[in-house]
Design a protein around this ligand. Structure first.
Ligand code: FEO
Length: 395
């Protein structure tokens, strides 16, 4: 087992979840890690833990460095069980250790693990001295739960950011200069789109709170540690939190029964491509909704289509829209569309949901009876052009 040191006397002691492919519905095709960190000073501090089934791995990593009974403090930056799940087990090895958490963390940890924990709630901005080092805690509520906080080592300029800046990547490497930026950026974007997105207003506040810190390293609770691309990932977070998208990118999300809604989708694509847009097509019978959310993060235009089945939309499209409603990406412009034999309710239902989340739908929904004729397809291509021309440059 390889020892990983971030800086002198600061170690990564987490667990690698190589086989994870489903994180509450999110397709984690590259697995994940739960990152815990050990700081050796006059006091010994463990920052966060791992999912309970990886406790033995964390313990073995700690035992390579110290006797776990020497742990004085456990910092719990976040109650969710992928990070707090091994607190009860590690406390069996260091029963006197104090668990440092936010006030809301105190409540959450007691609900999860009972009244017996020795908890020390800290205020935002509060610091503790552990010898040569000072740890400062900054509350970052709703990034990702109400209890979240981050921990900063003033002397080493390391930010333990918990879920923020995380990515679901299982790797033998720990640092961002050992992997391609494109891969880490893509997984960080997917993580933001599927986990952090609904809390973008709180991310903006967290970024403001952290902007005064001099940061050498961002050590999140999932995936790779940032030490090379810190400025780039902060910049990406700023864009995502502000709902900044590419005005040149469009995404068409749809499903089709007998091919007609697929033909409408391709005609919309043709119209938008003729106007110079880059168009991504996602058929929901083949694409995972968590990957579609990653596409939405950068796309200014998002078009959603379904044929009508049993007086409504296809279940694949209904599932996607339920997920989308919860994540609520803002500032998108779209169209709803679909074919039908009779009834034809699906595009109207889609339109209602997109309006409900605040999207702009400047072009009338598209409905085609049975199979689109050449003149229908021409009208649809024009609708695609009309859509992309509906926003002013820079909007
Ligand atoms: Fe990685 Fe919100 O837990």
């Amino acid at each position: 087992m390889k020892k990983t040191s971030l800086k002198k006397d600061i170690y990564w002691v987490g667990g690698i979840d190589w086989d994870l492919r489903n994180f509450h519905g999110y397709l984690t095709q590259r697995g994940s890690t739960y990152n815990a960190y050990l700081i050796i000073d006059e006091k010994t501090v463990l920052v966060d833990t791992v999912k309970d089934y990886l406790f033995d791995e964390m313990l073995a990593r700690i035992e390579q460095i110290i006797d776990p009974s020497e742990i004085d403090h456990i910092v719990s930056n976040h109650v969710e069980m992928d990070h707090s799940g091994s607190i009860p087990s590690i406390l069996e090895h260091c029963p006197g250790a104090e668990v440092i958490t936010s006030k809301r963390g105190e409540k959450g940890l007691r609900k999860h693990y009972g009244e017996g924990l020795n908890l020390k709630p800290v205020e935002s901005g509060e610091s503790i001295n552990i010898g040569k080092r000072t740890l400062t805690f900054v509350h970052t509520p709703m990034v990702h739960w109400p209890d979240n906080m981050v921990t900063y080592i003033n002397e080493d300029r390391i930010l333990f950011s918990n879920d923020a800046f995380g990515q679901h990547i299982a790797s033998a490497e720990r640092f961002d200069d050992k992997l391609e930026w494109g891969i880490i950026r893509e997984e960080a974007a997917k993580y933001y789109a599927n986990i952090v997105l609904p809390y973008s207003a709180q991310v903006q506040k967290a970024l403001e709170a952290l902007s005064g810190l001099d940061i050498d390293m961002i050590a999140p609770s999932h995936g790779i540690i940032w030490r090379k691309n810190i400025e780039s990932i902060l910049e990406e977070y700023g864009k995502w939190a502000n709902s900044e998208t590419s005005p040149d990118k469009a995404l068409i999300v749809y499903d089709t029964m007998w091919g007609s809604t697929g033909k409408i989708a391709r005609a919309l694509m043709d119209g938008m491509e003729e106007d110079g847009k880059s168009v991504t097509m996602r058929n929901l019978s083949e694409s995972h909704i968590s990957d579609v959310m990653t596409d939405i993060l950068d796309s200014r235009f998002v078009l959603v289509g379904s044929p009508t089945l049993n007086n409504g939309m296809l279940p694949t499209v209904g599932k996607f829209l339920t997920y989308l409603k919860g994540l609520r990406p803002a500032k998108r412009t779209g169209i709803s569309f679909g074919s039908y034999g009779w009834g034809g309710q699906a595009p109207g239902e889609i339109e209602d949901i997109l309006k409900d989340i605040g999207w702009d739908l400047p072009v009338e929904k598209i409905r085609v009876n049975y199979i689109p004729e050449p003149e229908d397809l021409e009208r649809i291509r024009e609708a695609g052009k009309e859509l992309v021309n509906s926003i002013e440059e820079g909007q």
